[in-house]
Design a binder for this molecule. Structure first.
Ligand code: FES
Ligand code: FES
Length: 166
């Protein structure tokens, strides 16, 4: 028996997308294989490493565990939607400044986590340094070590907090 297919429509990086997808297709496969948004990386495919993080309705989500049908009606942001022709995003620039990447495979997942956290800081969250580290512990990096990643995000958190309290 063939797998059921569903019509879905959602926004990805500001662009409306319509697709017919198998019930069990993951959001990662839809983004990478159909929409060619290959900046979303898949490593473990089991929800463990965070390489596949995207923003789904403003919250980070493991796209390897998220079904494509769950994106229906939602707003999805991938690494391709952060930064662009005008240059890197604030988070991406901080990662470069702090040399917070080596091979870069994990970087899109960490950038998504940072964007989620900074949006919460803009909304009034004041995370302690241990909380910043805890949030970033949701992703795994196999080569750069975590100190520069934490330093890059902490710098941005401190800047946003200072801006918000001026
Ligand atoms: S590929 Fe999704 S969490 Fe590892
Ligand atoms: S920079 Fe290589 S896995 Fe993180």
């Amino acid at each position: 028996m063939s797998e059921r297919r569903h019509e879905i429509a959602f926004t990805v990086n500001g662009r409306r997308v319509e697709a017919v997808v198998p019930a069990r297709m993951t959001l990662a496969d839809l983004l990478r294989d159909r929409l060619r948004l290959t900046g979303t990386h898949v490593a473990c495919g089991q929800g463990l490493c965070g390489s596949c993080n995207v923003l789904l309705g403003g919250r980070s989500a493991r796209s390897c565990l998220t079904l494509a049908v769950q994106a229906d009606g939602q707003e999805v942001t991938t690494i391709e939607g952060l930064g662009g022709d005008d240059g890197p995003s604030e988070v991406q620039a901080a990662f470069v400044r702090h040399r917070a990447l080596q091979c870069g495979f994990c970087t899109p997942g960490f950038v998504v986590l940072a964007e989620e956290l900074l949006a919460e800081v803009d909304a009034g969250l004041r995370p302690a340094p241990e909380q910043v580290r805890d949030r970033l512990a949701a992703s795994v990096c196999r080569c750069t070590g975590y100190a520069p990643i934490v330093a890059a995000v902490q710098e941005l958190v401190d800047e946003r907090v200072a801006r918000g309290t001026r």
